[in-house]
Design a protein around this ligand. Structure first.
Ligand code: FES
Length: 106
């Protein structure tokens, strides 16, 4: 189990325990993190699982691939630390990672 810290647009924080092997999106959805809709269920086609990764974990998480980057660009709110949470696998190296959920109006 790995603890992940989600911060939502209203500054509410949620520390959730995620199983290794799940995607970050699956961890968020299974704990009811608002703002991670994941409409496509993780098939990298909707972009509604967009999150911002805290800078301290960017090197561990890595950069998005080209297809993911295209979807993020369509969001209009892409930042250098943007990722699709369905494309990140939870592992021990992500313990205590901080993740920011974009504002619903963003
Ligand atoms: S859940 Fe649809 S792109 Fe991630």
């Amino acid at each position: 189990m790995v603890w992940i810290n989600f911060t939502q647009a209203n500054s509410a924080t949620h520390r959730v325990n995620a199983c290794g092997g799940l995607s970050l999106m699956e961890a968020a959805v299974s704990h009811g993190i608002e703002g991670v809709e994941a409409a496509c269920g993780g098939s990298r086609s909707c972009g509604t699982c967009h999150v911002y990764i805290d800078d301290a974990w960017l090197a561990v998480v890595g950069a998005p691939g080209n297809d993911e980057n295209d979807l993020l660009a369509e969001s209009g709110v892409q930042r250098p630390n943007s990722r699709l949470s369905c494309q990140i696998s939870v592992c021990e190296a992500l313990a205590e990672m901080k993740v920011i959920v974009p504002s619903p109006s963003a």
